[in-house]
Design a protein around this ligand. Structure first.
Ligand code: PLP
Length: 374
């Protein structure tokens, strides 16, 4: 009995070792302990959360939700109400929407539903790491195609490889994390039209950019668009995302593949309230865009810093006179957490910084200028 058990456990652990650990980076609490300061003094700019949305506003809505929701029951009408409100806003049919616990979970669901073990998924590099994680956890193969030097899509090469590798899923993140650019509409359309299988278009950052392709989900049967409340609504901690696709795909995902209660009633009701406060959210998007432009301008004035244009709520920059490891470490010493990206194509020392309200950006820029020595 004992032997049988240890052999399955061994096999499981061996399999697990072939997968990469997900690193969420140092937490504010841990860094605060290390520096001997209060966690509120840590400036967290590494996960593209949205600090423009006032905490008081969110807590106010949450208090209302707590009064309205009965946690003794599984989610009931909260789900339908949110789907209906989203459908109205997006001008799609309610049945086209699949809600999930963050878009991460929907990426996992899509991978599970559309890929068998040993099959292949195509994507780009660099991009969001969760696609590779989801594909490999499924026992499938991940084929990344490098972006062009100007961060655009190499459509021709992608389609050629998709055919040669018989890829069953194509992941495109647009605007892309970490390069922060939204791909040309024609290029994305070319991929959707040229690829015979499922295209997952991750529009996590589309609210900070120029266009969305949600409309196309009605006519393109192989397109699933992913969106999330984490960034634009500033509720990353509540875990709420959604997928939009044609009714056949979305209904099958919801009814056949997904577990019955993927999102809590509290989160569902909060999502509804946020959609009813879109004026404030839109105003904050505008403030964020202004701050983003100011940050890029100030960074480009610094010698040894090469910031890239952004259509997201973060800015990618390459350091030409200092390693990103060193800049990252020295910012940590100042209580500032950024994302140390390292190599992006032929750029060796990239870091990624979340755009935050003015006082936070001032603190970041002051510390950064001191570190860079300009
Ligand atoms: C491109 C991209 N997709 C998805 C996610 C995950 O979003 P969610 O919080 O909805 O799981 C992120 C989070 O940073 C992201 O950058």
């Amino acid at each position: 009995m004992k032997d049988r058990r240890s052999s399955w456990l061994e096999r499981f652990l061996e399999d697990a070792k072939t997968l990469t650990k997900y690193d969420v980076g140092i937490t504010s609490e841990r860094l605060a302990r290390r520096l001997g300061v209060d966690p509120s003094e840590i400036l967290k700019l590494n996960s593209n959360e949205n600090l423009f949305i006032p905490l008081d506003f969110l807590r106010g809505l949450l208090k209302e939700v707590v009064e309205e929701v009965d946690p003794r029951f599984y989610p009931r009408d909260e789900r339908v109400e949110l789907e209906e409100e989203l459908a109205r806003r997006l001008k799609v049919h309610r049945d086209q929407i699949v809600l999930g616990s963050g878009s991460d979970q929907l990426i996992e669901l899509l991978t599970y539903a559309f890929l068998d073990r040993g099959e292949k998924a195509l994507s780009i590099t660099p991009t969001f790491s969760i696609y590779e994680r989801a594909v490999r956890t499924r026992g499938a193969h991940y084929v990344p195609v490098p972006l062009m030097e100007d961060f655009s899509l190499n459509v021709e090469r992608m389609l050629r490889l998709a055919e040669a590798e018989e890829a069953k899923v194509l992941f495109i993140c647009s605007p892309n994390n970490p390069t922060a650019n939204q791909f040309r509409l024609e290029d994305v359309k070319g991929l959707i039209e040229g690829f015979d299988w499922l295209v997952v278009l991750d529009e996590t950052y589309a609210d900070f950019a120029t266009y969305s392709m949600v409309d196309l989900t009605r006519e393109c049967e192989n397109l699933v668009v992913l969106r999330t409340f984490s960034k634009v609504f500033g509720v990353a901690g509540l875990r709420l995302g959604y997928a939009v696709s044609n009714v056949d795909v979305s209904s099958a995902l919801r009814e056949r593949f997904q577990m019955p209660y993927p999102v809590s009633s509290v989160t569902l009701r909060m999502g509804l309230k946020l959609l009813r406060n879109l004026d404030l959210i839109k105003e904050k998007i505008e403030s964020l865009k202004e701050e983003r432009a100011a940050l890029i301008r100030r960074l480009s004035e610094m010698e040894g810093v090469q910031p890239f244009n952004s259509e997201t709520n973060f800015v990618l920059m390459n350091l030409t006179e200092m390693s990103s490891d060193e800049a990252y470490r020295r910012l940590l010493d100042q209580g500032i957490i950024v994302r140390n990206i390292g190599r992006v194509l032929n750029l060796e020392n990239c870091i990624r910084v979340t755009v935050a309200p003015r006082p936070m950006m001032e603190r970041f820029l002051e510390a950064f200028r001191r570190i860079i020595g300009r």
